[in-house]
Design a protein around this ligand. Sequence first.
Ligand code: URA
Length: 236
Amino acid sequence: MERLQKVIANSGLTSRRKAEELITQGLVKVNNEVIRELGTKVSSQDTIEVNGTILVSEDKEYYLLNKPRGVITSTSDEHHRKIVTDLIPTTARIYPVGRLDYDTTGVLLLTNDGTFANILMHPSHEIAKVYVAKLKGIITVDEINSLKNGVMIDNELVKASRVKLKKKDTKSNTCMVQITIHEGKNHQVKKMFAAVGYEVLKLKREKVAFFDLKDLASGEYRKLTPKEVAKVYSYK
Ligand code: URA
């Protein structure tokens, strides 16, 4: 038995918060009866109807995409820009695990398995995300240490667990820095570099947990193996 809002969210229909709203608004029925109580337990035998749509449990699908620039990490866009789910031909209601900015490239996982997504996104699991940023200017050792010791962004102290200067080009006055973080705050990497005085000219995510871009060109994707999915579940 699982909580109703979790089952709705895991179906890929909507987020857990939105599912809770729908329940309290009286828009969810279980076995044809309106249920307004959050936390009501349901089983796979129950028929759940959300806003007139009966939930059908989909087979779980898992993808790793090398996100190109100029694509939105969302499942819809009111301005009709290209969205990441356009790049993966499936009828399953997959959605991205976390966000990358429109101009950020690299590792993006997509799934219709809410539990899998939650394991990777929940702060308590401290999943490592490795980025490479091209900066305007050349970062100093002191500034690298500041990023490791913690900088304030949006009134919160955030730290990088690893920061490494990979390349510098004095002619163009730019450098490439690899940075590892464990949270997933909005625009976190750009804000962290801004906090020490640098504009990010390019940003690529090289790794999330053990997932990297090996053999995937920009815009390409692959299915995860059952072994990889099980490994993520082992973090639970
Ligand atoms: N941090 C950012 O600033 N942008 C991203 O897309 C991801 C992390």
